[in-house]
Design a protein around this ligand. Structure first.
Ligand code: CA
Length: 292
């Protein structure tokens, strides 16, 4: 069974909720253990949303929250995280979420051969890599990642249009640049092009009304039914099922310019992937998200 850490900006785009359904289904299938989940924006609603989905599936792990202030906490980022939190608090006590870097450092101190998944901006990864020895681990961040992480899987970049600064990179370019330069283990990117044409969500409306993934999508669409691109769910699906029918690039060097555009050159350390049969993937993700 592979071990995973999942980092999310849940609260901005609803596909993070679909991605968490895929991740938690992997736990249910007995192929995945989730050792930590971290939330990378400064508003707390998304951390509650992540916790609500974990609880729904019975997945027990620490949930951390970035200590950065003012990152992505404007009103637009609150539109569906807030109702997820409201629903969660109808029958749970409020939570004081611990610092994400502390959660990551403890999880990496206590586990080995971990796969880290990032489906939001890379701020928690930058803060982890910059971290220094503390009560959670005697290692600095880079050494800790090198010791305990097998590979890092990132929803980020656009490897179909090199003029496009993809959102997860563009939202905090310095963090993505830092990760791409200093991450000591391989990085696999699921780029913008890998999830863009895979529209999912249609199976949510037959699910229970309090299913947190349904609450997320419903409120993202302004209390309505909609379909959303599957950038984050595809990324998690790759993390769980890398042996399936993926088109995987040659190993290369991937960096980002100041506009967040991917710079691919000869070198090592990175690859990018996309699924060959997108119609099949759409049905597969819908099946999982719809609890089928
Ligand atoms: Ca996301």
């Amino acid at each position: 069974m592979r071990k995973y850490i999942f980092d999310t900006d849940l609260g901005s785009d609803c596909d993070d909720c679909g991605a968490m359904a895929v991740l938690c289904d992997g736990v249910k299938q007995g192929i995945a253990e989730v050792v930590a989940v971290t939330h990378c924006t400064s508003e707390i609603y998304g951390a509650y949303g992540a916790k609500a989905i974990l609880d729904w599936f019975g997945v027990d792990c620490p949930v951390g929250q970035t200590s950065r202030k003012g990152f992505q906490d404007q009103d637009a980022e609150k539109r569906y995280g807030y109702p997820m939190m409201q629903d969660y608090l109808t029958d749970h006590d409020p939570i004081e979420f611990p610092d994400a870097v502390a959660v990551l450092r403890k999880a990496l101190n206590d586990n080995r051969d971990v796969t880290m998944i990032f489906v939001g901006p890379m701020v928690n990864m930058e803060d982890l890599l910059r971290s220094q020895p503390d009560e959670n681990s005697p290692l600095d961040g880079v050494s800790l990642v090198k010791q305990s992480v097998r590979e890092v899987i990132v929803m980020g970049g656009d490897f179909g249009d090199f003029e496009h600064g993809e959102w997860n990179i563009f939202a905090n370019v310095p963090a993505a640049q830092y990760m791409s330069e200093y991450c000591p283990v391989p990085i696999i990117y699921c780029g913008f092009e890998a999830g863009r044409d895979i529209m999912t969500g249609e199976t949510l409306w037959d699910c229970p009304e309090r299913y947190p993934v349904r609450i997320g999508y419903w409120n993202f669409f302004g209390k309505g039914k909609g379909l959303r691109n599957s950038w984050d769910p595809v990324t998690v699906y790759y993390a769980l099922y890398p042996e399936k029918d993926w088109e995987i690039s040659e190993e290369c060097c991937i960096r980002y310019d100041d506009a967040g555009r991917a710079l691919v050159s000869e070198g090592t350390g990175a690859r990018h992937v996309r699924y060959r049969d997108e119609e099949w993937m759409k049905h597969e993700l819908n099946r999982i998200m719809g609890l089928k």
